[in-house]
Design a protein around this ligand. Structure first.
Ligand code: IPM
Ligand code: MG
Length: 358
């Protein structure tokens, strides 16, 4: 099969982790006889510095013409510490999500036996936790207008907007995921306070009737934040709006032992994007110490979701499991004094894939 991918390394540790995911991707292609071609393009602060736009037109064209996008991370302290900056790296990511129509962000949370002791939660709570967060990605307060400041600068406002259509398509997608899993869906909202959440609940209750095999529960977001640490095993599929999903998935990720482990797939109307859920971790940039596993696991999702090649995805997962078992890992999850470099972990996983039996 011909695989044509766009590679957007972005900022901070983005280039280093994406290089490892690309190494793994090309090894899988070699092993399984696929023809890989890829092109790199600019996003985020790197793109602002080069051309003054965090999502240049050229990058968008490349994404539209590719079969999948492998994405690193976006963000830079230069902009985080300057709230008055007119152009911000994160706008690049949001524009990309909007223009590619990536309304669903799939964030699978699984635990790795060899990492359970790294979790801030007790092992008995975490062992066996396995759920998927489905985050709506192109609506809500991230995109609602008006947004701004009053003329005197003393008031600021954001607007949360959802339409029936936006809610319906993401909730239906979540039900379809639940159907293929344990058939349990948790719809997370704040319907006791927010009007948009009441619309979510109303629409979800209607869609629920189409999926009688699935057990649905409705949960307020504050309770969901608590349940995630109290009993993560109770969840199968969660669906929620954009900002709640952003917050809950950072929380969910550390349950697995490290923020550096969680991949994601953003899917929707045009080309899908595969990216780790963590940020650009600028303090670690160019030090070759960042954990590449979330990005490598995002490449596994790319084979599964974008190319419908589950064996290739599994080859990556098996090699990642092996690296964890053999403790070929970066400093965030290594025992003291036994850390490997980002590139060494990528290299080891690629070698493992090459030597695995098919
Ligand atoms: C994420 C990130 C982004 C978001 C940032 C970098 C804009 O936190 O993908 O979760 O808030 O969506
Ligand atoms: Mg986030």
């Amino acid at each position: 099969m011909k695989l044509n991918i766009a590679v957007l390394p972005g900022d901070g540790i983005g280039p280093e982790i994406v290089a490892q995911a690309l190494k793994v991707t090309s090894t899988v292609c070699r092993k399984f006889g696929h023809e890989l071609s890829y092109k790199e393009a600019l996003t985020g602060a790197a793109a602002i510095d080069a051309v003054g736009n965090p999502y240049p037109e050229e990058t968008h064209t490349l994404c539209m013409e590719s079969d999948a996008v492998l994405f690193g991370a976006i963000g830079s302290p230069k902009y985080d510490n300057d709230p008055s900056a007119k152009v911000r790296p994160e706008q690049g990511l949001l524009t990309m999500r909007k223009r590619l129509g990536l309304y669903a962000n799939i964030r699978p949370v699984t635990t790795f036996p060899s990492l359970i002791h790294q979790s801030p939660l007790r092992s008995d709570l975490v062992k066996g936790a396995d759920f998927i967060c489905i985050r709506e990605l192109t609506g809500g307060i991230y995109f609602g207008r008006p947004q701004g400041r009053s003329e005197d600068g003393l008031t600021a406002y954001d607007t949360c907007v959802y339409t029936v259509e936006e809610i319906e398509r993401i909730v239906r997608l979540a039900y379809n995921f639940a159907l293929r899993r344990q058939k349990k869906l948790t719809v997370v909202d704040k319907a006791n306070i927010l009007c948009t959440s009441r619309l979510w609940r109303q629409v979800s209750q209607r869609v629920e009737k189409e999926f009688p095999e699935v057990t649905t529960e409705y949960m307020f977001v504050d309770n969901a934040a608590m349940q995630l640490i109290l009993n993560p095993k109770r969840f199968d599929v969660l669906v929620t709006e954009n900002m709640f999903g952003d917050i809950l998935t950072d929380e969910a990720s550390v349950i697995t032992g490290s923020l550096g482990m969680l991949p994601s797939a953003s899917i929707g109307i045009h080309t899908s994007v595969f990216e780790p859920i963590h940020g650009s971790y600028p303090q670690a940039a160019r030090k070759n110490i960042a954990n590449p596993l979330a990005t490598i696991l995002s490449a596994a999702l790319m084979f599964e979701y974008a190319f419908h090649l589950p064996d290739e995805g599994k080859a990556i997962r098996d090699a990642v499991d092996a690296s964890l078992n053999e403790k070929i890992v970066t400093e965030d999850i290594a025992e003291k004094g036994k850390a490997y470099k980002t590139s060494e972990v990528g290299e080891w996983i690629a070698d493992k894939i090459l030597n695995q039996k098919k």
